[in-house]
Ligand binder design. Sequence first.
Ligand SMILES: [Cu+2]
Length: 208
Amino acid sequence: MADGIATLWWVMFAGAVAILVVVCALAIVPFLQARRGDAVSSRVPRDAVWLAGGGLAFPLVTLTALMLWAFVIEPIDDAALTGEEPVRIAATGRQWAWTFVHEDAPGGALALDGVMHVPAGRPVEITLASVDVIHSFWVPRLAGKRDAIPGRVNTITVRAEAPGTYAGLCAEYCGEGHAFMRLEVVAHAPEDYAAALARLVADAEAPR
Ligand SMILES: [Cu+2]
């Protein structure tokens, strides 16, 4: 989820900065030694040590550690959210809008354009479909992006930790209206969710 992705990003950033600093420091060493008139050959390790250590061992260790972090240790995957019965919402992308069908709404299903209502603190299983081209569902504060592909149904499970409004957008270029293909996730306090859905259903049914 979004927390895991952010943590992974910071770990990679810190690692990249550390490597950059060390490489820059090592690059300066020969110049300093030459300036002091030291015999370079007696101070620095031989080429083979640099090649095996810096060229093979170091990348192998750091990249393996990062891969383990990404795939094993840090569970970014939806699996982190299993175990609790999710709220189900069916999302459909089209040029250029999202429709969200709230399957748990009283009286069947409530379809809303551009806005999705969820309970905070509970997993929400969102199925993603498209009726025309590839779109991508992305709410940065909740999770990574996931594509909505014509002819198949993808699933993403998210959880809003606190009540509030979370902005989202289509993250796959889908035509001239792509930039305006936005969405909102409104998270309600869990105890208010049923009432909020009932209110939305009543609004949708009210004559205009
Ligand atoms: Cu798009």
